[in-house]
Design a protein around this ligand. Structure first.
Ligand code: C2E
Ligand code: MG
Ligand code: MG
Length: 737
């Protein structure tokens, strides 16, 4: 461009200020707007030309009034102003500019030569004063200087605005962070904390500022906090991640849990402090802490609940088996170190099942809670009482001096438990069987102690209940015997040592065999024939009955199939079922499958259940039996009359047959005698539309009597002993026409 003029000789092009970002060399148009105010036309014109030659846009005004009008309409960066003008003079213009257009810089160009006029102009707001006549390059120099200054000021304003916006943005982000963000100074006092602290802990940030962090930390977590905040490390070890409880100001919650991630920082660099603090810190070579604390209360409380649930029984809120074993392990190690003794007591409520089933589960639960709280009153702080099963409790008594101590505790417990419990208006009397094992004499490990206490409990339970017993060699011997029996049963199943015998069930009037009861026999390789009473109860306790039951079912169905093929198509096979079997998942299903596999219909099978089944999980038993009844399978109550049966439960079962217990039949001495029980049972069975089988008929007198009572069916040695499968087949073939 043609910026240079002969009388300046220098191009100011590069110095010409541009507005925002217009600094590139090839941008031609300067955007500063200059207003030339002079009443002298020539003067205005020459200045305008001069400016134009230097690339400046300019406007002109012939006096103060015109100038003010233009100022009102255009953004003027700079005004070259004459002082002496008719009408509105330069001073008045300056007055107006300082009031209304403070961003417009003014350079006075005046013929006034006095020092006073110059200072007056400057006082009125002029940035510079140029006396006429003036050297053009001096005017350009002043212009450039002022416009550059304006540009710099503008830049500063922009930067400031941006800074403010960014500060606001960060403040917003920091304060709206879901976490507490904080800084600690060299003394561990809060130098900054965001607003979130109010919502989470109830403190306004101002209340926390300058307070020491320890005032906020739960006392049990102070050590951890000190480790994180006091040991200031640098480098890779500068950051800490800890869980802390921070105290709430005054909410109902005493504290909340936080996960704090903090990092050691040089606070000087952050410009956090006033000069004084900074100076002090610099002298110490200080570094502080920056951290973010996240509220994890919900997670922690959930964890606490889960932990409690993991290690406690929720009904009684006592420790559970896992926690008991843990405590026992500790106690054993301690006893070993201190050469002391401890006792493990295994407590089992007698007949809890009966209470539970007869009064309902709610009452059962209430009873357990009462028992738990009564037992708890007998304990010292160091003792641990745990609920380890339905009605089973374990008690750990550390630091005892011998048996006498345990006897004292046991006596106390029995005293407490012997008081009646009020359950829904019913007074219930309960009793416990308690087995006791001592460390070190009865076992060196947790497992051994619990097992031996259990064994002692089991022993007292099977010998009259309601009492306590210390573990002894005698008990151990019995237990080992039992163990070898169990192993024997397992082997018997594997090696096919069982056999089914069959005892006929006969119609009283016709003498026809209408059914056969399958009765199991065990051919023990060393002990010879063993009858079911000697191994069935044991196998029920150890669940081995499940395997035996399957075997019986299979063998019985196989035999029944053979009988059918031989023509005995209406003989019913009766098999005995244990309560434990009925409680198995899929019990009904497996029976139906077996029947189907052998091509037998449901009504060929009768399941004999004893009344004790009804003392157990009644609902489940009813459900399974109904499934079977739906497919025609018959159900008989075995040994009826000796248990706790009531008409009530009989009605809820899909029953077909009552088997009157042998005990009542054996009481029949003469055919004319008065056996009111049998009479009543038969009457009742008829009432319920049930079939009746009298068990254990051994002599004709009994048979006659039953005939007189119109008892439809009978079973017993008189009518046939239990016989092998091949004999049973022969027997059936004899009667098959
Ligand atoms: P139960 O079901 O009441 O079977 C009748 C028992 O009385 C049989 O004894 C039978 O031999 C015996 N008995 C039959 N008639 C007379 C008689 O006229 N007089 C006398 N004194 N006894 C007679 P067993 O075979 O020793 O069976 C005893 C119990 O073992 C059975 O009583 C039954 O409850 C159980 N049992 C037998 N086999 C099985 C089985 O396969 N599974 C299950 N779970 N239990 C079985
Ligand atoms: Mg039976
Ligand atoms: Mg029976």
């Amino acid at each position: 461009m043609k910026a240079s003029t002969s009388w300046l000789g220098t191009s100011y092009r590069t110095n010409v200020p541009y507005r925002h970002g217009a600094a590139a060399e090839n941008v031609e148009t300067p955007v500063s707007t200059i207003l030339v105010v002079d009443d002298d036309h020539r003067m205005r014109q020459s200045v305008k030309e001069l400016l134009s030659a230097y690339g400046y846009q300019s406007m002109t005004a012939d006096g103060g009034a015109e100038a003010l009008r233009i100022l009102g309409e255009h953004a003027i960066d700079l005004m070259l102003l004459d002082l002496n003008m008719p009408g509105v003079d330069g001073y008045q213009v300056m007055q107006q500019v300082s009031e209304k257009h403070p961003d417009t810089d003014i350079v006075v160009i005046s013929g006034e030569t006095t020092f006073e006029s110059a200072t007056e102009a400057l006082r009125c707001g002029a940035q510079d004063f140029l006396r006429k006549p003036y050297a053009p390059d001096r005017l350009i120099q002043i212009l450039n200087g002022l416009l550059q200054k304006q540009q710099i000021e503008q830049n500063i304003r922009d930067v400031k605005l941006r800074l403010e916006a960014s500060e606001q943005r960060y403040r917003f982000i920091v304060n709206n962070s879901p976490d507490i963000i904080y800084m600690l100074d060299g003394e561990g006092c809060f130098a900054f904390v965001n607003d979130r602290v109010f919502e989470l802990l109830g403190y306004k940030p101002d209340e926390i500022m300058s307070r020491h962090y320890s005032e906020l930390v739960h006392k049990e977590d102070l050590e951890k906090a000190r480790y994180a905040f006091d040991e200031r490390r640098t480098g890779r070890r500068a950051s800490h991640n800890i869980e802390l409880r921070l105290l709430c100001k005054d909410s109902s919650l005493p504290y909340r849990y936080f996960e704090s991630r903090s990092i050691t920082i040089e606070l000087n660099a952050m410009g956090m402090y006033g000069d004084k603090a900074e100076e002090k810190n610099r002298q110490k070579g200080f570094i502080g802490t920056y951290g973010v604390a996240r509220d994890i209360s919900e997670r922690k409380r959930a964890e606490e609940v889960i932990n409690f649930q993991l290690y406690h029984d929720l009904l009684t809120r006592l420790p559970n088996r896992a926690l008991f074993r843990d405590r026992l392990n500790h106690a054993i190690s301690q006893a070993r170190r201190n050469d002391s003794q401890l006792a493990v007591m295994y407590l089992d409520m007698d007949r809890f099942k009966v209470i539970n089933d007869s009064l309902g589960h709610l009452a059962g639960d209430q009873l357990l809670q009462t028992v738990a709280s009564r037992l708890s009153t007998c304990l010292r702080d160091s003792d641990t009482l745990a609920r380890v099963g339905g009605d089973e409790f374990n008690l750990l008594v550390p630091d005892i001096s011998g048996r006498e101590d345990v006897v004292r505790i046991a006596t106390k417990i029995f005293e407490k438990l012997k008081l009646p419990v009020d359950l829904e208006g019913c007074e219930i009397f309960i009793s416990f069987s308690v087995g006791i094992a001592l460390f070190p004499q009865d076992g060196a490990t947790m497992e051994a102690l619990v097992k031996n206490a259990d064994m002692a409990m089991y022993h007292i339970k099977s010998h009259g209940k309601n009492g306590y017993e210390f573990f002894s060699d005698n008990i151990k011997g019995l237990y080992q015997q039992q163990l070898s029996m169990e192993n024997g049963i397992r082997r018997a199943l594997e090696e096919d040592q069982f056999e089914l015998f069959f005892q006929p069930q006969v119609e009283v009037n016709s003498g026809r065999i209408c059914g056969m009861e399958a009765l199991i026999r065990w051919h023990h390789p060393e002990r010879g024939l063993i009858l079911p009473d000697d191994f069935i109860p044991l196998s029920e306790d150890s669940q081995l009955i499940v395997g035996i039951g399957s075997w019986v079912l299979e063998a019985a169905c196989r035999e029944l199939r053979k009988w059918s093929e031989a023509g005995a198509v209406d003989v019913v096979m009766a098999i005995n079922i244990s309560a434990v079997q009925l409680e198995q998942q899929g019990f009904a299903q497996s029976i139906l499958e077996t029947l189907q596999r052998h091509g037998l219909s449901g009504n060929r099978l009768e399941l004999e259940i004893t009344e004790n089944i009804l003392m157990r999980d009644m609902d489940r038993a009813v459900l399974e039996l109904r499934k079977l009844a739906g497919r025609g399978v018959r159900v008989a109550v075995d040994d009826f009359g000796v248990g706790y049966s009531s008409l009530g439960y009989l009605k809820s079962l899909p029953l077909n047959t009552l088997k009157i217990d042998r005990l009542f039949i054996s009481e029949i001495q003469s055919s004319q005698g008065n056996n009111s029980i049998i009479t009543a049972i038969i009457a009742m069975a008829r009432e319920l539309n049930l079939d009746i089988i009298a068990e254990g008929v051994e002599n004709p007198v009994q048979m006659e009597y039953l005939k007189a009572l119109k008892c439809p069916k009978a079973q017993g040695f008189l009518l046939g002993y239990p016989i092998s499968a091949s004999d049973a087949m022969l027997r059936l073939q004899q009667v098959v026409p």
